[in-house]
Design a protein around this ligand. Structure first.
Ligand code: ADP
Length: 685
């Protein structure tokens, strides 16, 4: 049945979102014969979702508050384009009851549940109380109204540690902290309240017993306005960092049919309890003993919905649009079956090596050559909101794309995921691609030994510094020398012809450190001594690393590509350099993946110990949230000095050594640019 003849006829749908989800909704809308309308902020005027929609309307300036979260602007855009229905995607206005009411008032269909259902689940505390009375099992904890600091502390002490603080209004892992000890409670509470206030304008908290080895298993439910409800099975989303999902799969490994039915039925009960309509997800923690506890219900389409689509063969956005048009669910429970296994990997612009710090920049390359990698297009799906040439800005979530694969069984799907991750070609912005590969090929993940602290538990094997040989260090040193030459040339333009070498000292020493060793002692630093032999005939350098001596040269090719020849063996690599708070970073990529090293040029005289940077610079554009120490106050290495916020997450800058802060250059509330000096730090002797 065409949606134009449905009880609530739909001809035009506006997507009040950006990035991959906007593109994904537009795709289905187009297939169903609907006209699609995109909306955009100034930062996104030329973004992919704008390019793909039939029409697009500007909302306002880059900050989400003034664009994607501006209810009036979105409603006005819908009016201007004769929109019948608004799809909110996830995040932004998707779970905003006031927005649903505004749609209703404007006579526009909201593709999602009624405002009352959003309100019932929007507040985690209230939702828990309601689910408790409906007989859905809960994690032991406190979700009351009394919010005084001392009261919350007393409740946490009663529940016991580790305890988990969560923002009542929270979502997306924000405003959430594990508290290990009673002494740490107040600091964690302050941080959570700040983050929650900033993200949700609300700082009420709830506390739960922190389960130490649970799995995150969630059930996809769907209800129509005729009172039908079904579950489309479960997803396991246990692999998380900062309480945010990284790898998801469906079905959840090791589920018995009985448990699947029990959880599915509990989820449908939860949805019906609140008069739910549309797509929703009921999240549970599944304990090792097979008991499950309600965590929350997300009243929208989830990021990870494609794994459910892969195993059921259904298009969930189509289901959403049909239900929004007043049609009944396309299928009944007994008509739904699971076929094979699916994974989703989330590609983030972030640096796993630096505690998953979000990254910005311009994507020089972005693509997946399926045919080249021998992959079946039916089995691999790349849901992306970006293309090569696009900028990744500080304003929005750092997720770039999702890679989704399907296989006949888990092993086959996992093999496909690994192959597809290798074939994903991204350059220009730091991403977690290589980290995803390490996760997807990790023996414990292969064995489906899952729990929500998977990344923490396997930290050492996931982040182990690779054993680099003299060749790798020599290649890195050649790139470093190349950059030093560049700098020298930039300083004196007329020296370009002669180059830097004429004035260069006879030997230059480059220190290279793997990020996994950055805080370790001097033993983990590789020092390469580079000599230009006189007279120079063939551009060769002599490189000494420990007992090894190699001769080599670097030739620049297109873009980031370089050819490095060492003792007559030439290899093509991609080489980039970046500046971070931890130092200058060098990134070398080849078919096997990337190697990242910190590098610096050592002075002629080496003092034999690490120098500590006397300044701390902003790792990215953002806002200063709080200064945590007084200038002059003596601190130990690792003490938090200040908190910044960027890309909707807080980041703490820690003391690089024992010492004291000489001065802060910014106050709370100030905006800072990447590389700005934030703190003058004086290490003690
Ligand atoms: P958000 O809405 O911010 O995503 P959730 O309440 O859904 O927050 O929790 C996110 C993740 O945090 C869960 O997937 C799980 O890994 C972890 N988590 C939440 N509650 C608990 C708990 N009580 N014990 C252990 N882990 C938890």
């Amino acid at each position: 049945m065409s949606l134009a003849n449905a009880p609530k006829p739909l001809a035009t749908v506006l997507v009040a979102n950006r990035g991959e989800i906007a593109c994904r909704v537009i795709r289905t809308a187009r297939r169903l014969g609907l006209k699609s309308v995109a909306v955009y902020s100034d930062a996104d005027a030329d973004a992919r979702h704008v390019r793909e929609a039939d029409e697009a309307v500007r909302l306002g300036p880059a900050p989400a508050r003034e664009s994607y979260l501006a209810i009036d602007a979105v409603i006005e855009a819908a009016r201007r384009t004769n929109t019948d229905a608004i799809h909110p995607g996830y995040g932004f206005l998707s779970e905003n009851a006031a927005f649903v009411a505004a749609c209703e008032e404007a006579g526009i269909v909201f593709v999602g549940p009624p405002a009352s259902a959003i309100a019932a689940m929007g507040d985690k505390s209230a939702a828990k109380a309601r689910m408790e009375s409906a007989g859905v099992p809960l994690v032991p904890g406190y979700h009351g109204d009394e919010q005084a600091d001392e009261h919350l502390k007393a409740e946490a002490d009663r529940i016991g540690y580790p305890a988990l603080l969560k923002a009542s209004a929270g979502g997306g892992g924000k405003g959430m902290r594990v508290v290990e000890r009673s002494e740490d409670f107040q600091a964690a509470l302050d941080g959570c309240r700040r983050e929650s206030k900033a993200a949700f304008g609300d700082d009420r908290m709830l506390i739960e017993k922190y389960l130490t080895q649970p799995r995150h298993v969630e059930v996809q439910v769907f209800c129509d306005s005729q009172g039908n409800g079904v579950y489309l099975f479960e997803r396991d989303c246990s692999v998380q960092r900062r309480h945010q999902k990284v790898l998801e799969e469906a079905p959840a490994p090791g589920m018995s049919d009985a448990l699947r039915r029990e959880m599915g039925e509990a989820a449908v009960r939860a949805a019906k309890e609140i008069g739910y309509v549309g797509a929703g997800t009921v999240e549970f923690l599944l304990d090792a003993d097979g008991r499950f506890y309600f965590m929350e219900m997300n009243t929208r389409l989830q990021v990870e919905h494609p794994v459910t689509e892969m195993i059921t063969g259904e298009d969930l956005v189509e289901w959403q649009l049909r239900v929004a048009a007043g049609l009944p669910l396309p299928k009944a429970q007994d008509d739904l079956t699971i076929s094979g296994h699916a994974f989703e990997a989330r590609l983030y612009a972030e640096d796993p090596e630096q505690d998953f710090l979000p990254a910005t920049g311009t994507l020089e390359r972005f693509g997946l050559d399926l045919a080249g990698a021998g992959l079946d297009a039916e089995r691999v799906r790349l849901d992306s909101g970006v293309e090569a040439g696009d900028a990744v800005s500080m304003h929005y979530d750092p997720m770039l794309a999702k890679l989704i694969v399907h296989g006949d069984d888990r092993d086959q799907a996992l093999a496909t995921l690994n192959r597809a991750l290798s074939a994903l070609d991204v350059a220009g912005v730091i991403t977690n691609r290589a980290f995803l590969q390490r996760l997807a090929s990790h023996p414990a993940f292969k064995q489906a030994e899952l729990d929500t602290r998977f990344i923490e538990h396997h930290h050492d094997s996931l982040f182990a510094a690779p054993r680099l040989d003299a060749q790798a260090y020599a290649a890195a040193a050649l790139v470093a020398i190349d950059r030093l030459q560049d700098e020298a040339n930039a300083d004196s333009p007329w020296a370009r012809r002669d180059g830097w070498r004429l004035n260069a000292p006879a030997a230059i020493r480059i220190a290279l450190t793997h990020p996994a060793h950055a805080s370790d002692d001097a033993d983990s630093v590789a020092i390469v001594t580079v000599r230009a032999e006189q007279p120079m005939t063939n551009n060769d350098w002599h490189l000494h690393i420990g007992d090894d001596t190699l001769s080599g040269c670097l030739q620049r090719l297109d873009g980031d590509a370089v050819a490095i020849t060492l003792d007559g063996h030439r290899r093509r690599l991609l080489a980039r350099t970046e500046r971070t708070t931890h130092g200058d970073t060098l990134i070398l990529g080849d078919a096997q993946g990337e190697t990242r090293l910190f590098w610096r040029r050592l002075d002629a005289v080496d003092h034999g110990h690490h120098e500590v940077d006397a300044t701390l610079t902003a790792p990215m554009h953002g806002t200063v949230v709080a200064l945590l120490v007084e200038p002059g106050q003596t601190v130990e290495k690792g003490t938090p000095l200040m908190v910044m916020e960027a890309m909707k997450m807080e980041h703490t800058l820690n003391a690089p050594a024992d010492g004291h802060v000489e001065s802060f250059h910014f106050q709370a509330g100030d905006t800072v640019g990447q590389g700005d000096v934030l703190v003058e730090f004086a290490p003690s002797e």
